[in-house]
Design a protein around this ligand. Structure first.
Ligand SMILES: *[C@@H]1O[C@H](CO)[C@@H](O)[C@H](O)[C@H]1NC(C)=O
Ligand SMILES: *[C@@H]1O[C@H](CO)[C@@H](O)[C@H](O)[C@H]1NC(C)=O
Ligand SMILES: *[C@@H]1O[C@H](CO)[C@@H](O)[C@H](O)[C@H]1NC(C)=O
Ligand SMILES: *[C@@H]1O[C@H](CO)[C@@H](O)[C@H](O)[C@H]1NC(C)=O
Ligand SMILES: *[C@@H]1O[C@H](CO)[C@@H](O)[C@H](O)[C@H]1NC(C)=O
Ligand SMILES: *[C@@H]1O[C@H](CO)[C@@H](O)[C@H](O)[C@H]1NC(C)=O
Ligand SMILES: *[C@@H]1O[C@H](CO)[C@@H](O)[C@H](O)[C@H]1NC(C)=O
Ligand SMILES: *[C@@H]1O[C@H](CO)[C@@H](O)[C@H](O)[C@H]1NC(C)=O
Ligand SMILES: *[C@@H]1O[C@H](CO)[C@@H](O)[C@H](O)[C@H]1NC(C)=O
Ligand SMILES: *[C@@H]1O[C@H](CO)[C@@H](O)[C@H](O)[C@H]1NC(C)=O
Ligand SMILES: *[C@@H]1O[C@H](CO)[C@@H](O)[C@H](O)[C@H]1NC(C)=O
Ligand SMILES: *[C@@H]1O[C@H](CO)[C@@H](O)[C@H](O)[C@H]1NC(C)=O
Length: 687
């Protein structure tokens, strides 16, 4: 290659390489390439193989699976343990620890962070050196993104420019919160969310695990027990708090939770569990009504003698489940007139939880004015709103550690929000240019309009940020995958802003660069398949059957994500058979379709969404189902009339709101044993 072409390539390559999500802080490129072919091997430094939790070796195993996922090389060699010099002519990724460059591997507040790492890339050796094992893990995410971007750019095999660099996050806390209290999720879905988020170097999953669905006409009346509540940790039957969780089918056993927690931590993500008291406590008062403040069943009376011991007994039972060093006790939206009691309660819980488990606590920022009491500065405060909430810059001035979850920038609600208060996904324009100075958002920005409400990036009491995905309307507002669709790009944007910041270094991604990179990295994110991608090109035919004579017929596609067109002609049986349970016409991992009333079921929540249309028996009707991320509709007999599957949401008892539902294709099993009708021309096409 001519030297000028080579150097031009290198300049372009360097730009491409630092342009990742999140951006890498420093990368100086030299004049050659590391080639990622199927002979690539991973060597873990024997000196550090068992260091950390998870260990460097265990991170390396996951990394190997991820290399297979992004390159398609199924035959790469097993992870080895050894020393750097054992590398040879074979392209080698060497994972080690000991990075300590305290001028570069720091948070923006100047503290050295275990999440930092250095990398040195030569022709045959790609060394990733973490400060701690977690730093080396993030270094492997950087490597994978470099591989993905090189392959997407037509390089086969992938090539990575040689050179060296350092990288570290701007802030310690870079988390996402999911409201799993108002919406039930299986742990398999939550595990996939952790794996996906970790590709963008997010390190915390804040799990809002208990709550209820607010509707004042029930809450303050005789039917308050009919409001939906969720408390997701299922105590064993011999536990003193067993009665707290009657919904066994919508809670996780300790084994299920532990497996989830392990999957997340194997991907660098810590679960921060939240059990919300003394407000939002309807699950507790359904169990022990005597603990409520009379007339307000969601509020616990914390001066009633049995209340605090009950809350402590809940934590006693559950603290042993959690491996995090911090938990959240919620503590938001309590009665302001009881501020002194509230503050006493928070301090009591802080002392109790740290005393019994060594864990520290977080609370949501809540204005509880008191002239005599104050919350211990050992409690981290998670700011979420103005003006009723406490003011973060003032809190930091008073010595509190603060996490920014400001709702203007960082709140989402499942499917929709009341009066469109929150966007469908995080607002990119706001994150790139919504700060008071017209530059981008970062965790130090609390207000889009008032510069006095933000702080400097190096404020040592600003721990970072958590974006939040609420589920105010409960199970029937969204399928789990619809939650992912709202989070997919949001998590990537958030990962960029909380790692690289805005306006502080010139290495951050411009908005248009982010928009270009995101679809590529989203499609390649390893370890999960939340897109329910088939691996086929856009518009491909996934399958087609002229006739299906024996039911059930199994395909090789468990579920296929939107956009797709699923079409078939069906002749329902003449006897109707409506008294017997409906048999599914199509079944997939994420959706089940019944002919009766043209109904989709979400198998995780068991909720059914029908079209209210019954096809004429003994005659063929052709059906085309079209789905995008935002909706699913049917066309019958080639008509142009779109029949949408919808849900009707009860917005806080104030009004009803019709919303569209998006279903993945029920592509796995065609027909069922009892199906007595006829089915022809079954076809699934992407797009
Ligand atoms: C892996 O498989 C590919 C394709 O079959 C082959 O070309 C390559 O040599 C194999 N690599 C190794 C390290 O075995
Ligand atoms: C691929 O490289 C070219 C320059 O060679 C660049 O313009 C383009 O944006 C790159 N594409 C990706 C997906 O990185
Ligand atoms: C360390 O940081 C400086 C800027 O402060 C940068 O110029 C340098 O390239 C960094 N060193 C490495 C090895 O990344
Ligand atoms: C809470 O319980 C105590 C003790 O039973 C009682 O005196 C008090 O009035 C209750 N507080 C509220 C706000 O209901
Ligand atoms: C904060 O925690 C430390 C260590 O647990 C403890 O010694 C101290 O008393 C606590 N401070 C307050 C104000 O609670
Ligand atoms: C900003 O902070 C002030 C107090 O310093 C407060 O009164 C005001 O409501 C805050 N509002 C916003 C949107 O920043
Ligand atoms: C935020 O506040 C800090 C500290 O007052 C100030 O230095 C900075 O310019 C402000 N930045 C923005 C984007 O408002
Ligand atoms: C759990 O059981 C309740 C009560 O029978 C039912 O309403 C709910 O739909 C069930 N949830 C799931 C996920 O099966
Ligand atoms: C579709 O067309 C057939 C006649 O070709 C008719 O018998 C059937 O009722 C139609 N179905 C619907 C839902 O319109
Ligand atoms: C889905 O709907 C949201 C909110 O209306 C919109 O922002 C988004 O672009 C839509 N996505 C697609 C793929 O249509
Ligand atoms: C969804 O649930 C709400 C109660 O939370 C109920 O009012 C509404 O009818 C349900 N909608 C559907 C389509 O099931
Ligand atoms: C009705 O459906 C059931 C399956 O749910 C099947 O076993 C039964 O044979 C059907 N009855 C008739 C009369 O088709």
């Amino acid at each position: 290659m001519h030297w000028r072409n080579l150097s031009l390539l290198l300049v372009l390559a360097a730009r491409q390489i630092s342009a990742q999500i999140p951006s890498v802080k420093f990368f100086t490129v030299s004049s050659s390439f590391f080639i990622v072919d199927s002979s690539i091997q991973i060597i873990v430094d024997s000196e550090y193989a068992d260091s950390g939790s998870p260990t460097l070796s265990s991170f390396a195993q996951t990394f190997r699976d991820d290399i297979i996922s992004v390159t398609g090389f199924s035959n790469i060699s097993s992870v080895q343990t050894g020393s750097e010099t054992s590398s040879s002519e074979i392209p080698t990724v060497f994972l080690t620890l000991g990075a300590s460059d305290s001028s570069n591997l720091t948070l923006f507040n100047g503290q050295l962070t275990g999440e930092g790492y250095e990398f040195v890339i030569t022709d045959k050796l790609y060394t990733i050196k973490g400060v701690e094992t977690i730093g080396a893990w993030w270094g492997t995410r950087t490597f994978l993104q470099q591989v993905v971007l090189s392959i997407t750019n037509g390089s086969n095999p992938a090539t990575i420019p040689t050179g060296e660099g350092t990288d570290s996050p701007g802030w310690e806390v870079r988390g996402f919160m999911l409201d799993v209290g108002r919406h039930w999720f299986e742990t398999s879905f939550l595990a996939d969310l952790c794996i996906y988020a970790s590709f963008f170097k997010i390190q915390e999953f804040h799990m809002h695990a208990s709550d209820y669905i607010y509707d004042p006409s029930f809450l303050y009346g005789v039917d308050w027990r009919d409001l939906y509540t969720g408390f997701r940790f299922q105590p064993p039957s011999d536990s003193p708090i067993f009665g707290l969780v009657p919904e066994l089918n919508e809670s996780w056993t300790q084994d299920e939770f532990t497996a989830l927690q392990t999957t997340c931590s194997n991907h660098g993500i810590t679960i921060i569990p939240e059990i919300d008291t003394p407000a939002h406590s309807l699950a507790i008062t359904k169990w022990k009504p005597e603990l409520m403040i009379n007339g307000t069943p969601d509020l616990l009376n914390i001066t009633y003698p049995e209340t605090i011991p009950t809350i402590k007994s809940i934590w006693d039972a559950l603290l042993p489940w959690f491996t995090s060093s911090e938990v959240s006790i919620g503590a938001d939206e309590y009665d302001e007139s009881l501020a002194d009691d509230y503050i006493t309660f928070v301090n009591d819980m802080d002392g109790y939880i740290s005393g019994t488990s060594g864990k520290s606590i977080r609370i949501w920022g809540t204005l509880e004015p008191s002239t005599t009491e104050s919350i211990s500065t050992n409690v981290t405060i998670q700011h979420w709103w103005f003006p009723g909430g406490s003011i973060p810059v003032q809190l930091m001035d008073q010595g509190y550690s603060v996490i920014n979850s400001d709702q203007v920038f960082l709140y989402l609600d499942g499917k929709t929000s009341d009066q469109d208060q929150f966007p469908w996904e995080l607002n990119a324009d706001l994150l790139w240019s919504g700060a008071p100075d017209g530059k981008g958002w970062a965790p130090n920005i609390f207000s889009a309009t008032d510069p006095t409400n933000n702080t400097s990036i190096d404020n040592p009491l600003l721990r970072g940020s958590i974006m939040a995905m609420w589920n105010d309307w409960g199970n029937n507002a969204t399928t789990p995958l619809e939650i992912y669709y709202q989070l997919a790009k949001s998590l990537a944007m958030f990962g960029e802003k909380t790692w690289a910041g805005s306006d502080v270094r010139d290495t951050g991604l411009a908005q248009d660069e982010f928009e270009r990179l995101f679809p590529i990295l989203n499609a390649a994110a390893p370890g999960q398949n939340l897109n329910r991608a088939t691996g086929l090109p856009p518009s491909a035919q996934v399958f087609h059957y002229d006739t299906v004579s024996t039911f059930p017929l199994q395909t090789s596609f468990e579920s296929v994500g939107p956009p797709y067109t699923f079409s078939f002609s069906v002749k329902p049986p003449s006897n109707g058979n409506s008294s017997s349970p409906a048999v599914p016409l199509f079944t997939g991992l994420d959706s089940i379709f019944y002919l009766e009333s043209m109904t989709f079921e979400d198998p995780s929540t068991k909720i059914r969404y029908d079209l209210g249309v019954d096809l004429v028996s003994d005659t063929f009707t052709s059906v085309e189902i079209h789905a995008t991320l935002n909706h699913t509709y049917a066309l019958l007999n080639g008509s142009s009339e779109k029949l949408f599957w919808m849900s009707n949401l009860d917005i806080w008892g104030e009004y009803m709101k019709l919303v569209n539902m998006s279903f993945a294709a029920p592509s796995y099993i065609i027909g069922a044993d009892g199906f007595a009708g006829e089915l022809v021309n079954v076809s699934l096409k992407l797009g």
